[in-house]
Design a protein around this ligand. Structure first.
Ligand SMILES: Nc1ncnc2c1ncn2[C@@H]1O[C@H](COP(=O)(O)OP(=O)(O)OP(=O)(O)O)[C@@H](O)[C@H]1O
Length: 754
């Protein structure tokens, strides 16, 4: 047997070893999961039947379990049982390290395939694939293995195809049957490889998404002094963050894993098939094939639109539409009161039309591009392929080279035809595969541009989050029992210059609402902040809470944490969860248990807020409802005060949070808060609340930022004022009678004059 034939024999059929490997793989349907995880799955399935409704409710309330070593296991209901997912928050040092990889993005940046794209992609990959020993890296290796293997199998299939047709043409029944047997033997690993490639690609995408989402959530939902979730819109200038986190990350991961397969596999195919074909085509043919690739790439490059920018704009428009839908869902009652359905519909339709117009324009742009691509890859390449195959056939008639199965060369004319048919069929299949691979490489270029757009979106989110400078510290251990503001300017923060590359550091650009505010509030002194609408009363609360930085070089000192200053905002907020969760917010159930408080304590708290009837009415503490809709406006506000009674902070800032509460209940709640030793800072326009305070901060609101701080007086003085108010109010009640009497007298006088 000639060397060539031995070579062909070795490559023409799959080796027994390969078949053995694949049989083993088939027996293990999941390639990368160990037996331990299978046992875990079995246990979970078995335990499914044992979980009762009550246990499920308890687990939902519990939320997570804390282990002795400090790790947290999140309890996630899944298919009727509870899965325990270990949660390890990203350490601040890792976030600080990563921040270096995310310098601000230039305002004028347009996504494309360039150095910036590579830098951005690498920065994101460092988050998504932190180590080469991670499970994701293993899946990537397995994915790569199957991609390479599929290419090898494709060559084997092409050869076998040629051999079967050759046996058919030369009427070799035995050879034909043998070829058919091999065909089925190859079909098993080939189909399995295809399935595994798709499965591993989807799994990899999901795992990358989980990593990126977890990391982004850790950075986004950061507590003070970062507070990125609060500041990203105002100071970062980034809207619709929900779209970035819920949708863009998923699209990015799908696109990235898809690209990997779409670039690696066809590139390998191109190299391998070209090298196989070059044996048939000779030097001239191979050169012409290379020339063909070059010309094609040039044509398609010229015909490719800016898919990256188009993808980024599409994601942004999706975000706007989604935000509009979310707004209607959130504010449905208010919209219904105004009968604003039609108006909202027109707003949403406008957002939707902008989106579909853009998507439509992408489709139209694609028509021209895909037509060019189809024409060039499918037809031009095939025609070029036919010409190239014909070169050895027509020019060197006696040549028997190429991809043939191992049959000894014989000189009969029939065999010559059979061999030429075999060469043609093999080459033809390789050429078709080559055209397909070329098409996919060209498509991959378009996908790469889209990936560049998504990368820029994701990078801009992470860069904005990482570059928000931390707020200046507001707490000081030495001032545990008082709040002190010294020469503080209260102003609306502007977009931080740190998050936009190339913008010089600006100072004093924000709009100052209150100038040089200085005050000291000790425990037991109660402050009321008043002033007309929009003067900056809530803005002062934001500075006190550490949400806005104190400006003008001023300094804020206050006791630290929730136990120091607790703020009840103007708009009542109800958290997802049980009735119990509403009272203890932002505590979780385990923290409630740790605090040593009992359900009876919570009952007393509800009684103090005039909400004692709620547990009975709603069916118990663990009832889960959409509380935002279930509770009335006044009930939600009273729940805000119940939270103050639960947390018992040193200072409570109440920002017009009792405006919907009747004044008798309001008074009782104020007295109760004071009896608990809580110092009140009330933001209100209601003079009736003044009696519960000792100091009054009045914001002028004339554009100068002026303010006055006055003492309201001692309890006795305030009693005196109250008495005077009552006397004056009773006198005012008689004013109508006096006016009527004056009119009577005037009429009498006018009659006398006549
Ligand atoms: N995120 C923001 N972006 C831009 N302007 C803001 C922002 N927050 C507040 N402002 C502006 O700052 C000013 C003061 O707002 P603030 O909420 O402190 O008013 P207020 O005195 O509490 O008013 P009200 O009595 O109506 O509640 C207002 O003119 C408001 O429009």
């Amino acid at each position: 047997m000639s060397i060539r034939n031995r070579l062909v024999n070795a490559k023409g059929a799959p080796r027994p070893l390969l078949l053995l490997i694949f049989s083993l793989i088939l027996l293990r349907s999941r390639l990368y999961t160990g037996p331990r995880s299978a046992i875990r799955r079995l246990r979970a399935t078995a335990s499914k039947q044992n979980i009762s409704e009550e246990e499920l409710t308890r687990a939902l309330q519990q939320v997570y379990v804390k282990d002795a070593d400090g790790t947290t296991r999140l309890l996630v209901p899944h298919e009727g049982h509870i899965e325990q997912i270990p949660i390890r928050p990203t350490p601040p040092s890792v976030i600080a390290d990563n921040a270096r990889n995310f310098p601000p993005i230039p305002a004028a940046h347009k996504p494309g395939i360039d150095k910036t794209f590579l830098r951005q992609l690498l920065a994101i990959l460092r988050v998504a694939l932190p180590t080469y020993r991670s499970k994701e890296a293993f899946i990537l290796c397995a994915h790569t293995f199957f991609l390479v293997f599929r290419t090898i199998l494709s060559v084997a299939v092409a050869r076998l195809d040629g051999r079967i047709v050759r046996d058919l043409v030369s009427a070799d029944g035995k050879g034909f049957l043998k070829g058919l047997g091999l065909w089925f033997a190859l079909a098993v690993p080939s189909t399995y490889t295809n399935v595994m490639i798709r499965h591993l690609q989807a799994t990899l995408s999901l795992r990358l998404r989980t990593r990126l989402t977890r990391y982004t959530d850790d950075v986004y939902l950061s507590s003070s002094p970062e507070l990125r979730y609060y500041r990203v819109a105002l100071e970062g200038g980034l809207d619709d963050v929900d779209q970035y986190i819920t949708s863009d990350i998923a699209s990015f991961c799908d696109s990235l894993t898809g690209i990997y397969g779409n670039v690696l596999k066809p590139s390998l195919d191109l190299i391998l098939f070209t090298s196989q074909l070059s044996r048939t085509l000779g030097f001239r043919g191979t050169f012409l094939l290379g020339l063909n690739y070059y010309v094609t790439a040039r044509i398609l490059r010229a015909a490719t639109p800016a898919f990256g920018r188009l993808a980024a704009v599409e994601a942004q428009l999706e975000g706007e539409y989604r935000a509009g839908m979310g707004r209607v869902d959130r504010e449905s009652e208010e919209i219904a009161f105004y009968s604003g359905g039609l108006r909202e519909r027109s707003i949403l339709w406008k957002a939707y039309l902008r989106l579909i117009r853009h998507v439509n324009s992408i489709y139209k742009i694609r028509i021209a591009y895909e037509w060019t691509e189809d024409f060039v890859i499918k037809y031009l390449w095939s025609a070029a392929g036919y010409c190239l195959i014909s070169i050895p056939v027509f020019l060197t008639r006696r040549r028997h080279v190429g991809v043939q199965a191992g049959i000894p060369t014989v000189s009969r004319p029939n065999d010559e035809v059979a061999n030429r048919t075999e060469t043609y069929i093999s080459s033809r299949r390789l050429l078709l595969s080559l055209a397909d691979a070329g098409g996919r490489v060209m498509y991959a270029y378009k996908d790469l541009l889209e990936l560049a757009g998504l990368t820029t979106r994701l990078y801009s989110l992470l860069a904005t989050l990482h570059n928000l400078p931390p707020l200046p510290p507001t707490s000081d251990a030495a001032h545990e029992d008082r709040i002190e503001l010294r020469d503080v300017d209260v102003g609306i923060p502007s977009v931080s210059p740190a998050v936009i590359a190339g913008v010089p550091e600006k100072t004093g650009s924000s709009w100052i609402l209150v100038k040089d505010l200085s005050l000291v509030l000790r425990q037991g002194e109660h402050l009321m902040i008043t002033g007309s609408n929009g003067v900056g009363k809530t803005a002062v609360a934001r500075v006190l809470a550490g949400l806005w930085a104190a400006q003008g070089g001023g300094e804020v000192k206050r006791p630290a944490g929730k136990q120091g200053v607790f703020i009840v905002p103007q708009r009542a907020y109800m958290v997802t969860g049980s009735l119990l969760d509403q009272i203890i917010y932002p505590h979780s159930y385990p923290e409630f248990l740790e605090s040593g408080k009992t359900e009876q304590d919570l009952m007393d708290i509800l009684a103090a807020a005039n909400l004692a009837y709620l547990p009975a009415r709603e069916g118990g503490w663990s009832t889960r409802k959409e509380w935002r809709d279930v509770l009335s406006g006044g009930e939600k506000q009273r729940m805000g005060l119940a939270r103050v009674f639960y947390h018992m902070p040193k200072f409570a800032v109440l920002d017009e949070c009792t405006s919907a509460v009747s004044s008798d209940v309001e008074g009782r709640m104020y007295e109760h808060a004071k009896s608990l030793g809580i110092t009140l800072i009330t933001i209100s326009l209601r003079p009736s609340l003044m009696r519960y305070h000792t100091q009054l901060l009045t914001l002028a609101g004339d554009g100068t930022g002026r303010w006055t701080l006055t003492r309201i007086g001692t309890a006795e003085e305030r009693m005196g004022i109250d008495r005077e108010v009552i006397t004056l109010e009773s006198k005012l009640a008689e004013v109508e009678q006096w006016e009527a009497r004056v009119q009577e007298l005037n009429q009498m006088l006018s009659v006398q004059e006549q």
